[in-house]
Ligand binder design. Structure first.
Ligand SMILES: Cc1cc2nc3c(=O)[nH]c(=O)nc-3n(C[C@H](O)[C@H](O)[C@H](O)COP(=O)(O)OP(=O)(O)OC[C@H]3O[C@@H](n4cnc5c(N)ncnc54)[C@H](O)[C@@H]3O)c2cc1C
Length: 398
Protein backbone atom coordinates (compact mmCIF):
# COMPACT_ATOMS: atom_id res chain seq x y z
CA UNK A 1 0.00 0.00 0.00
CA UNK A 2 1.48 3.34 -1.05
CA UNK A 3 0.39 6.89 -0.31
CA UNK A 4 1.41 8.17 -3.73
CA UNK A 5 2.29 6.34 -6.93
CA UNK A 6 3.94 8.32 -9.70
CA UNK A 7 3.67 6.78 -13.17
CA UNK A 8 6.67 7.65 -15.35
CA UNK A 9 10.38 7.88 -14.59
CA UNK A 10 11.10 10.80 -16.88
CA UNK A 11 12.32 14.12 -15.54
CA UNK A 12 8.84 15.35 -14.54
CA UNK A 13 7.90 12.19 -12.62
CA UNK A 14 11.27 12.00 -10.88
CA UNK A 15 11.26 15.69 -9.90
CA UNK A 16 7.70 15.40 -8.59
CA UNK A 17 8.48 12.31 -6.52
CA UNK A 18 11.64 13.92 -5.16
CA UNK A 19 9.81 17.11 -4.15
CA UNK A 20 7.10 15.07 -2.38
CA UNK A 21 9.67 13.07 -0.41
CA UNK A 22 11.69 16.17 0.48
CA UNK A 23 8.59 17.82 1.93
CA UNK A 24 6.91 14.78 3.46
CA UNK A 25 9.51 12.08 4.12
CA UNK A 26 6.98 9.97 6.04
CA UNK A 27 4.81 9.34 2.95
CA UNK A 28 5.29 6.06 1.08
CA UNK A 29 6.02 7.05 -2.50
CA UNK A 30 6.51 4.74 -5.48
CA UNK A 31 7.57 5.48 -9.06
CA UNK A 32 6.52 2.96 -11.71
CA UNK A 33 8.47 3.08 -14.97
CA UNK A 34 7.99 0.73 -17.92
CA UNK A 35 11.62 0.87 -19.09
CA UNK A 36 14.62 -0.54 -17.26
CA UNK A 37 16.29 2.86 -16.84
CA UNK A 38 15.09 6.36 -16.08
CA UNK A 39 14.83 9.06 -18.77
CA UNK A 40 14.55 6.69 -21.73
CA UNK A 41 12.10 8.78 -23.74
CA UNK A 42 11.64 12.54 -24.15
CA UNK A 43 14.04 13.37 -21.34
CA UNK A 44 16.87 11.23 -22.66
CA UNK A 45 16.49 12.42 -26.26
CA UNK A 46 16.33 16.18 -25.91
CA UNK A 47 18.66 19.02 -26.90
CA UNK A 48 20.12 19.45 -23.43
CA UNK A 49 19.38 23.17 -23.35
CA UNK A 50 18.67 25.07 -20.13
CA UNK A 51 16.05 27.51 -21.39
CA UNK A 52 16.00 31.04 -20.06
CA UNK A 53 12.21 31.66 -20.25
CA UNK A 54 12.47 33.86 -23.31
CA UNK A 55 9.67 32.50 -25.45
CA UNK A 56 6.74 32.02 -23.12
CA UNK A 57 3.65 34.15 -22.62
CA UNK A 58 4.13 36.17 -19.42
CA UNK A 59 2.12 34.66 -16.58
CA UNK A 60 1.74 31.28 -18.32
CA UNK A 61 2.70 28.10 -16.48
CA UNK A 62 5.59 27.74 -18.93
CA UNK A 63 6.93 31.22 -18.14
CA UNK A 64 6.48 30.88 -14.37
CA UNK A 65 7.90 27.36 -14.10
CA UNK A 66 10.73 27.90 -16.57
CA UNK A 67 12.06 30.96 -14.76
CA UNK A 68 11.66 29.41 -11.32
CA UNK A 69 12.81 25.98 -12.51
CA UNK A 70 15.87 27.48 -14.18
CA UNK A 71 17.15 28.79 -10.84
CA UNK A 72 16.24 25.56 -9.05
CA UNK A 73 18.02 23.46 -11.69
CA UNK A 74 21.19 25.50 -11.53
CA UNK A 75 21.25 25.41 -7.73
CA UNK A 76 20.71 21.65 -7.90
CA UNK A 77 23.47 21.13 -10.49
CA UNK A 78 25.81 23.34 -8.48
CA UNK A 79 25.11 21.48 -5.23
CA UNK A 80 25.32 18.01 -6.76
CA UNK A 81 28.36 18.70 -8.97
CA UNK A 82 26.52 18.12 -12.26
CA UNK A 83 28.36 19.77 -15.17
CA UNK A 84 26.53 22.61 -16.88
CA UNK A 85 27.55 25.70 -18.83
CA UNK A 86 25.65 28.98 -19.06
CA UNK A 87 27.17 29.81 -22.42
CA UNK A 88 24.29 32.00 -23.69
CA UNK A 89 22.68 31.84 -27.09
CA UNK A 90 21.95 34.04 -30.05
CA UNK A 91 18.59 34.25 -31.82
CA UNK A 92 19.02 35.25 -35.45
CA UNK A 93 16.67 36.83 -37.96
CA UNK A 94 17.80 36.03 -41.48
CA UNK A 95 14.89 37.57 -43.42
CA UNK A 96 13.28 41.03 -43.13
CA UNK A 97 9.85 39.59 -42.30
CA UNK A 98 11.34 37.94 -39.18
CA UNK A 99 12.52 41.21 -37.66
CA UNK A 100 9.21 42.21 -36.07
CA UNK A 101 8.86 38.70 -34.55
CA UNK A 102 12.42 38.98 -33.23
CA UNK A 103 11.65 42.39 -31.70
CA UNK A 104 8.50 40.90 -30.11
CA UNK A 105 10.57 38.09 -28.59
CA UNK A 106 13.05 40.58 -27.18
CA UNK A 107 10.19 42.45 -25.47
CA UNK A 108 8.70 39.23 -24.19
CA UNK A 109 12.03 38.24 -22.68
CA UNK A 110 12.15 41.58 -20.88
CA UNK A 111 8.58 41.10 -19.62
CA UNK A 112 9.64 37.69 -18.29
CA UNK A 113 12.34 39.39 -16.25
CA UNK A 114 15.40 38.47 -18.32
CA UNK A 115 18.26 40.90 -18.12
CA UNK A 116 21.54 41.38 -19.91
CA UNK A 117 20.04 41.00 -23.38
CA UNK A 118 21.97 42.52 -26.24
CA UNK A 119 20.36 43.50 -29.53
CA UNK A 120 22.84 42.83 -32.35
CA UNK A 121 23.29 43.84 -35.99
CA UNK A 122 24.94 41.56 -38.55
CA UNK A 123 28.46 42.46 -37.37
CA UNK A 124 27.45 42.13 -33.71
CA UNK A 125 26.10 38.63 -34.37
CA UNK A 126 29.44 37.64 -35.89
CA UNK A 127 31.26 38.75 -32.74
CA UNK A 128 29.41 35.96 -30.93
CA UNK A 129 29.28 33.47 -33.80
CA UNK A 130 31.80 34.31 -36.55
CA UNK A 131 30.17 32.03 -39.15
CA UNK A 132 26.60 33.17 -38.71
CA UNK A 133 24.73 35.17 -41.29
CA UNK A 134 21.82 37.29 -40.09
CA UNK A 135 20.37 40.74 -40.46
CA UNK A 136 19.50 41.25 -36.81
CA UNK A 137 19.48 39.22 -33.63
CA UNK A 138 20.09 39.22 -29.92
CA UNK A 139 22.19 37.50 -27.32
CA UNK A 140 20.59 35.87 -24.28
CA UNK A 141 23.22 35.32 -21.60
CA UNK A 142 21.13 33.06 -19.34
CA UNK A 143 20.75 30.07 -21.71
CA UNK A 144 22.90 27.06 -20.93
CA UNK A 145 23.55 23.38 -21.60
CA UNK A 146 23.36 20.29 -19.39
CA UNK A 147 22.82 16.54 -19.68
CA UNK A 148 19.28 15.85 -18.46
CA UNK A 149 19.86 12.11 -18.14
CA UNK A 150 22.56 12.81 -15.58
CA UNK A 151 20.16 15.21 -13.80
CA UNK A 152 17.52 12.44 -13.71
CA UNK A 153 19.92 9.88 -12.32
CA UNK A 154 20.66 12.29 -9.48
CA UNK A 155 16.94 12.98 -8.85
CA UNK A 156 16.39 9.20 -8.69
CA UNK A 157 19.33 8.66 -6.35
CA UNK A 158 18.19 11.38 -3.96
CA UNK A 159 14.57 10.17 -4.05
CA UNK A 160 15.70 6.65 -3.15
CA UNK A 161 17.98 7.92 -0.38
CA UNK A 162 14.90 9.56 1.14
CA UNK A 163 13.18 6.17 1.17
CA UNK A 164 11.33 6.42 -2.15
CA UNK A 165 10.93 3.29 -4.24
CA UNK A 166 11.32 2.89 -8.00
CA UNK A 167 9.91 -0.11 -9.83
CA UNK A 168 11.37 -0.42 -13.32
CA UNK A 169 10.21 -2.59 -16.18
CA UNK A 170 6.53 -2.29 -15.21
CA UNK A 171 4.08 -0.89 -17.73
CA UNK A 172 0.84 0.37 -16.23
CA UNK A 173 -2.02 -1.20 -18.18
CA UNK A 174 -5.00 -0.33 -16.03
CA UNK A 175 -6.02 1.63 -12.95
CA UNK A 176 -9.03 0.55 -10.91
CA UNK A 177 -10.47 3.13 -8.61
CA UNK A 178 -12.72 2.96 -5.59
CA UNK A 179 -13.69 5.82 -3.25
CA UNK A 180 -10.29 6.65 -1.86
CA UNK A 181 -8.03 3.94 -3.16
CA UNK A 182 -6.62 3.07 -6.56
CA UNK A 183 -5.24 -0.20 -7.81
CA UNK A 184 -2.46 0.44 -10.32
CA UNK A 185 -2.12 -2.67 -12.44
CA UNK A 186 0.96 -3.54 -14.50
CA UNK A 187 1.56 -6.58 -16.66
CA UNK A 188 3.37 -8.30 -13.75
CA UNK A 189 1.95 -6.82 -10.57
CA UNK A 190 -0.49 -4.51 -8.88
CA UNK A 191 0.01 -1.69 -6.38
CA UNK A 192 -2.54 -0.14 -4.05
CA UNK A 193 -2.22 3.59 -3.63
CA UNK A 194 -4.15 6.55 -2.27
CA UNK A 195 -3.13 8.93 -5.02
CA UNK A 196 -1.90 8.41 -8.59
CA UNK A 197 0.27 11.02 -10.27
CA UNK A 198 0.47 10.55 -14.02
CA UNK A 199 3.74 11.75 -15.56
CA UNK A 200 3.70 9.31 -18.47
CA UNK A 201 4.79 11.79 -21.16
CA UNK A 202 3.98 10.32 -24.58
CA UNK A 203 1.32 8.12 -22.96
CA UNK A 204 -0.03 10.65 -20.48
CA UNK A 205 -3.40 10.84 -22.28
CA UNK A 206 -3.74 7.07 -22.17
CA UNK A 207 -2.87 6.88 -18.47
CA UNK A 208 -5.18 9.86 -17.76
CA UNK A 209 -7.97 7.89 -19.42
CA UNK A 210 -7.36 5.08 -16.88
CA UNK A 211 -8.24 7.57 -14.13
CA UNK A 212 -11.67 8.61 -15.40
CA UNK A 213 -14.83 7.04 -16.82
CA UNK A 214 -15.68 9.70 -19.39
CA UNK A 215 -13.54 10.09 -22.52
CA UNK A 216 -10.70 12.56 -22.02
CA UNK A 217 -10.74 15.57 -24.24
CA UNK A 218 -7.20 15.66 -25.47
CA UNK A 219 -4.78 13.45 -27.31
CA UNK A 220 -1.00 13.30 -27.38
CA UNK A 221 0.28 13.87 -30.90
CA UNK A 222 3.86 12.63 -31.26
CA UNK A 223 6.23 14.89 -33.20
CA UNK A 224 9.65 13.41 -33.92
CA UNK A 225 12.65 15.72 -33.87
CA UNK A 226 15.67 14.48 -35.81
CA UNK A 227 19.23 15.64 -35.32
CA UNK A 228 22.44 15.66 -37.31
CA UNK A 229 25.84 15.87 -35.68
CA UNK A 230 28.43 18.19 -37.14
CA UNK A 231 31.57 16.29 -38.06
CA UNK A 232 34.47 17.10 -35.71
CA UNK A 233 36.57 19.06 -38.23
CA UNK A 234 33.64 21.44 -38.87
CA UNK A 235 32.56 22.02 -35.28
CA UNK A 236 34.50 25.29 -35.29
CA UNK A 237 31.54 26.72 -37.25
CA UNK A 238 29.52 26.84 -34.03
CA UNK A 239 30.79 28.27 -30.75
CA UNK A 240 27.69 27.85 -28.59
CA UNK A 241 23.96 27.94 -29.38
CA UNK A 242 22.44 29.47 -32.52
CA UNK A 243 18.65 29.66 -32.89
CA UNK A 244 16.44 30.93 -35.69
CA UNK A 245 13.41 33.14 -35.13
CA UNK A 246 10.60 30.65 -34.45
CA UNK A 247 7.42 30.45 -36.50
CA UNK A 248 4.89 31.99 -34.07
CA UNK A 249 2.13 29.68 -35.34
CA UNK A 250 4.04 26.55 -34.44
CA UNK A 251 4.94 25.30 -30.95
CA UNK A 252 8.52 24.35 -31.91
CA UNK A 253 11.63 26.49 -32.02
CA UNK A 254 12.98 25.58 -35.47
CA UNK A 255 16.22 23.74 -36.28
CA UNK A 256 19.11 25.18 -34.34
CA UNK A 257 22.75 24.51 -33.55
CA UNK A 258 23.54 23.29 -30.06
CA UNK A 259 26.90 22.66 -28.48
CA UNK A 260 26.50 19.68 -26.18
CA UNK A 261 27.81 19.59 -22.62
CA UNK A 262 29.55 16.28 -23.28
CA UNK A 263 31.25 17.61 -26.43
CA UNK A 264 30.16 17.84 -30.05
CA UNK A 265 27.63 20.00 -31.85
CA UNK A 266 24.14 18.98 -32.94
CA UNK A 267 21.89 20.50 -35.58
CA UNK A 268 18.13 20.04 -35.25
CA UNK A 269 15.56 19.01 -34.24
CA UNK A 270 12.98 19.25 -37.01
CA UNK A 271 9.35 18.40 -36.18
CA UNK A 272 7.68 15.62 -38.17
CA UNK A 273 4.56 13.68 -37.29
CA UNK A 274 5.73 10.37 -35.79
CA UNK A 275 3.81 7.29 -36.90
CA UNK A 276 4.23 5.75 -33.46
CA UNK A 277 4.60 7.43 -30.10
CA UNK A 278 8.03 6.05 -29.37
CA UNK A 279 8.97 5.98 -33.04
CA UNK A 280 12.55 7.18 -33.21
CA UNK A 281 13.12 6.02 -36.79
CA UNK A 282 11.43 7.45 -39.89
CA UNK A 283 9.67 4.22 -40.78
CA UNK A 284 8.61 3.20 -37.27
CA UNK A 285 4.87 2.66 -37.54
CA UNK A 286 2.28 1.50 -35.02
CA UNK A 287 -0.95 1.11 -36.95
CA UNK A 288 -3.29 1.58 -33.98
CA UNK A 289 -1.46 4.60 -32.61
CA UNK A 290 -1.29 6.20 -36.07
CA UNK A 291 -4.99 5.55 -36.60
CA UNK A 292 -5.77 7.17 -33.24
CA UNK A 293 -3.78 10.26 -34.25
CA UNK A 294 -5.30 10.54 -37.72
CA UNK A 295 -8.86 10.12 -36.52
CA UNK A 296 -8.61 12.64 -33.68
CA UNK A 297 -10.78 15.62 -34.71
CA UNK A 298 -8.29 18.09 -33.23
CA UNK A 299 -5.43 16.61 -35.24
CA UNK A 300 -7.48 16.79 -38.44
CA UNK A 301 -8.01 20.50 -37.83
CA UNK A 302 -4.31 21.06 -37.15
CA UNK A 303 -3.44 19.11 -40.31
CA UNK A 304 -5.87 21.14 -42.40
CA UNK A 305 -4.33 24.36 -41.11
CA UNK A 306 -0.64 23.46 -41.19
CA UNK A 307 -0.41 20.84 -43.94
CA UNK A 308 2.04 22.96 -45.90
CA UNK A 309 4.43 23.34 -42.92
CA UNK A 310 3.97 19.64 -42.11
CA UNK A 311 4.84 18.52 -45.64
CA UNK A 312 7.87 20.82 -45.65
CA UNK A 313 9.10 19.22 -42.42
CA UNK A 314 8.48 15.75 -43.82
CA UNK A 315 10.42 16.61 -46.98
CA UNK A 316 13.34 17.94 -44.89
CA UNK A 317 13.24 14.73 -42.89
CA UNK A 318 13.80 12.58 -45.99
CA UNK A 319 16.07 15.00 -47.85
CA UNK A 320 19.40 15.78 -46.23
CA UNK A 321 19.93 18.46 -48.89
CA UNK A 322 16.74 20.24 -47.78
CA UNK A 323 17.73 19.94 -44.10
CA UNK A 324 21.15 21.40 -44.96
CA UNK A 325 19.47 24.26 -46.81
CA UNK A 326 17.49 25.18 -43.69
CA UNK A 327 20.73 25.20 -41.68
CA UNK A 328 22.50 27.27 -44.33
CA UNK A 329 20.07 30.10 -43.61
CA UNK A 330 21.97 30.51 -40.35
CA UNK A 331 25.44 29.31 -41.37
CA UNK A 332 25.93 29.49 -45.16
CA UNK A 333 29.26 27.64 -44.95
CA UNK A 334 27.73 24.43 -43.63
CA UNK A 335 27.67 21.65 -46.25
CA UNK A 336 25.68 18.44 -46.56
CA UNK A 337 28.91 16.47 -46.17
CA UNK A 338 29.50 18.15 -42.77
CA UNK A 339 26.43 16.47 -41.28
CA UNK A 340 26.43 12.99 -39.77
CA UNK A 341 23.01 11.45 -38.98
CA UNK A 342 22.40 11.77 -35.22
CA UNK A 343 19.66 10.65 -32.88
CA UNK A 344 16.04 11.64 -32.62
CA UNK A 345 13.53 12.46 -29.90
CA UNK A 346 9.75 12.38 -29.92
CA UNK A 347 7.82 15.28 -28.37
CA UNK A 348 4.53 14.64 -26.61
CA UNK A 349 2.32 17.50 -27.77
CA UNK A 350 -1.22 17.54 -26.42
CA UNK A 351 -3.96 18.52 -28.85
CA UNK A 352 -7.53 19.25 -27.81
CA UNK A 353 -10.61 18.15 -29.70
CA UNK A 354 -11.16 21.51 -31.35
CA UNK A 355 -7.74 21.61 -32.99
CA UNK A 356 -5.65 23.51 -30.53
CA UNK A 357 -2.11 22.34 -29.92
CA UNK A 358 -1.95 23.10 -26.19
CA UNK A 359 0.62 25.79 -25.70
CA UNK A 360 0.91 25.71 -21.93
CA UNK A 361 1.73 22.99 -19.43
CA UNK A 362 -1.44 21.22 -18.37
CA UNK A 363 -2.05 19.64 -14.97
CA UNK A 364 -5.50 18.09 -14.53
CA UNK A 365 -6.77 17.07 -11.09
CA UNK A 366 -9.16 14.15 -10.55
CA UNK A 367 -10.55 12.75 -7.29
CA UNK A 368 -7.79 10.09 -6.93
CA UNK A 369 -5.31 11.35 -9.48
CA UNK A 370 -3.25 14.24 -10.77
CA UNK A 371 -2.52 14.06 -14.49
CA UNK A 372 0.37 16.00 -16.02
CA UNK A 373 -1.02 15.99 -19.54
CA UNK A 374 1.12 18.48 -21.42
CA UNK A 375 4.74 18.91 -20.42
CA UNK A 376 6.65 19.73 -23.60
CA UNK A 377 9.75 21.93 -23.79
CA UNK A 378 10.86 23.67 -21.55
CA UNK A 379 9.67 20.99 -19.10
CA UNK A 380 13.18 19.62 -18.58
CA UNK A 381 14.47 23.05 -17.55
CA UNK A 382 11.33 23.58 -15.47
CA UNK A 383 11.24 20.10 -13.92
CA UNK A 384 11.93 21.03 -10.29
CA UNK A 385 9.36 23.81 -10.38
CA UNK A 386 6.71 21.62 -12.05
CA UNK A 387 7.59 18.93 -9.52
CA UNK A 388 7.17 21.41 -6.68
CA UNK A 389 3.78 22.56 -8.06
CA UNK A 390 2.47 19.01 -8.44
CA UNK A 391 3.88 18.02 -5.04
CA UNK A 392 1.98 20.90 -3.42
CA UNK A 393 -1.26 19.81 -5.11
CA UNK A 394 -0.64 16.25 -3.95
CA UNK A 395 0.29 17.11 -0.37
CA UNK A 396 -2.88 19.15 0.11
CA UNK A 397 -4.67 15.81 -0.02
CA UNK A 398 -2.80 14.29 2.94
C1 LIG B 1 13.63 16.46 -29.40
C2 LIG B 1 13.35 17.15 -28.09
C3 LIG B 1 14.16 18.25 -27.68
C4 LIG B 1 13.88 18.90 -26.48
N1 LIG B 1 14.74 19.86 -26.03
C5 LIG B 1 14.58 20.38 -24.78
C6 LIG B 1 15.54 21.25 -24.22
O1 LIG B 1 16.58 21.49 -24.82
N2 LIG B 1 15.29 21.79 -23.01
C7 LIG B 1 14.14 21.52 -22.30
O2 LIG B 1 13.96 22.06 -21.22
N3 LIG B 1 13.23 20.65 -22.79
C8 LIG B 1 13.44 20.06 -24.00
N4 LIG B 1 12.55 19.15 -24.48
C9 LIG B 1 11.37 18.83 -23.70
C10 LIG B 1 11.67 17.88 -22.55
O3 LIG B 1 12.61 16.89 -22.91
C11 LIG B 1 10.37 17.24 -22.11
O4 LIG B 1 9.43 18.25 -21.91
C12 LIG B 1 10.53 16.44 -20.82
O5 LIG B 1 11.57 15.52 -20.96
C13 LIG B 1 9.24 15.74 -20.46
O6 LIG B 1 9.50 14.88 -19.38
P1 LIG B 1 8.43 13.81 -18.93
O7 LIG B 1 8.94 13.21 -17.67
O8 LIG B 1 7.09 14.46 -18.91
O9 LIG B 1 8.35 12.76 -20.12
P2 LIG B 1 9.29 11.53 -20.49
O10 LIG B 1 10.72 11.87 -20.36
O11 LIG B 1 8.84 11.06 -21.82
O12 LIG B 1 8.97 10.46 -19.38
C14 LIG B 1 7.75 9.75 -19.33
C15 LIG B 1 8.03 8.38 -18.79
O13 LIG B 1 6.82 7.68 -18.60
C16 LIG B 1 7.04 6.31 -18.90
N5 LIG B 1 5.74 5.69 -19.19
C17 LIG B 1 4.89 6.02 -20.20
N6 LIG B 1 3.79 5.22 -20.15
C18 LIG B 1 3.95 4.40 -19.09
C19 LIG B 1 3.16 3.36 -18.54
N7 LIG B 1 1.98 3.00 -19.06
N8 LIG B 1 3.64 2.71 -17.45
C20 LIG B 1 4.83 3.06 -16.89
N9 LIG B 1 5.63 4.03 -17.38
C21 LIG B 1 5.19 4.70 -18.47
C22 LIG B 1 7.95 6.36 -20.11
O14 LIG B 1 8.65 5.17 -20.31
C23 LIG B 1 8.85 7.54 -19.76
O15 LIG B 1 10.04 7.13 -19.12
C24 LIG B 1 12.78 18.48 -25.68
C25 LIG B 1 12.02 17.37 -26.08
C26 LIG B 1 12.31 16.70 -27.24
C27 LIG B 1 11.52 15.48 -27.60
Amino acid sequence: MYDITVIGGGIVGLATALKIKEQSPHLKVLIIEKEHEVAMHQTGHNSGVIHSGLYYKPGSLKAINCIKGYKMLIDFAEKEGIPYDLCGKIVVATRPEQVSILDGLYERGKQNGLTGFKMLDAAGLREYEPHVQGIKGFFVPQTGIINYKVVCEKYAEKFQKLGGQINMGQRVIEIRQSDNLSMVITAQNYFETKLVINCAGLYSDKVAQFTQQTPIDLRIIPFRGEYFEIKPEKQYLVKNLIYPVPDPNFPFLGVHFTRMIGGGVEAGPNAVLAFRREGYKKLDIHARELWKTLTWPGFQKVAAKYWRTGLGEMYRSFSKAAFTKALQELIPEIQESDLIPGGAGVRAQACDRSGGLLDDFSIIERPNAINVCNAPSPAATSSLSIGQTVAELALKRF
